[in-house]
Design a protein around this ligand. Structure first.
Ligand code: NAI
Length: 215
């Protein structure tokens, strides 16, 4: 897809939600769904959904709707979820351990190989079956294992150093939880996660109930 007909980031950010709902429908044994029904589930309008999916060739049929299994598989492919990604975590504290403990990421194809930390009390321990290793060994480990994604759960002061190691070692993407703006080359994909933005939005609506629209 070239630059002119590139799909907008806003549309891309909606795809995981469609994918999640379609996964739930699949589990329930639903074979097909209309854009109106999908609209009720997702909160997006039916025409929005049709437009979004048309960006990728439109999988629906007039009068039939969408085949749930097919659309789920197609969206999975579009999202790159038909592959396995090798990942590591830098920072084996509260959040790093929580991510390592959550089996759902592995099940979705994000295989965590190891955690890295600089605290000697943590190095050598295991989270489930995953080793916590010395961060000094991380660069070598990433190169040897051809790791695709580096996760950052260190304090913000150390986040740039970790990102630099990741980039030197050849990771392609960084999932950054530290509240730090990372400086990286254009060819490195960084996805920042800020749980407190969501929490502060909740706080806003608690204080402005009349403006709340369920999404
Ligand atoms: P924590 O203090 O429990 O864990 C941080 C770990 O990083 C410690 O084990 C420490 O030894 C390790 N560390 C420090 N420097 C390092 C280095 N250079 N190399 C390797 N390991 C190093 O902290 P917690 O609660 O797990 O938070 C981790 C990060 O995640 C913080 O930056 C925090 O602000 C952020 N955070 C972000 C959230 C979000 O929504 N994005 C939510 C919660 C925390």
């Amino acid at each position: 897809m070239n630059r002119e007909n590139r799909v907008s980031v806003t549309v891309i950010r909606r795809l995981p939600k469609y994918y999640r709902y379609l996964g739930e429908l699949l589990k329930k044994g639903t074979n097909r769904i209309s854009s109106q029904e999908l609209s009720k589930m997702t909160g997006f309008t039916a025409s929005q959904i049709r437009q979004d999916l048309n960006n990728f060739g439109g999988f629906g049929q007039q009068g039939y709707g969408y085949n749930v299994e097919e659309l789920h598989a197609q969206l999975g492919k579009i999202l790159g979820l038909n592959k396995v990604y090798k990942t590591v975590i830098a920072g084996a504290g509260n959040l790093g351990q929580a991510i390592a403990n959550y089996k759902g990421f592995q099940d979705a194809g994000f295989k965590i190989l190891a955690l890295f930390d600089k605290n000697p009390k943590l190095i050598g321990l295991r989270i489930r079956d995953l080793p916590i290793m010395d961060v000094d060994e991380m660069e070598e480990f990433i190169k040897e294992n051809e790791v695709d994604i580096g996760i950052i759960t260190t304090p913000k002061e150390n986040a740039q150093d970790i990102a630099d190691i990741y980039i030197r070692a050849g990771v392609k993407g960084i999932w950054n939880f530290a509240p730090a703006d990372l400086r990286v080359d254009d060819d490195i994909i960084v996805e920042n996660v800020h749980l407190n933005e969501s929490l502060f939005t909740l706080s806003y609506f608690l204080n402005n109930r009349q403006e709340y629209v369920r999404d």
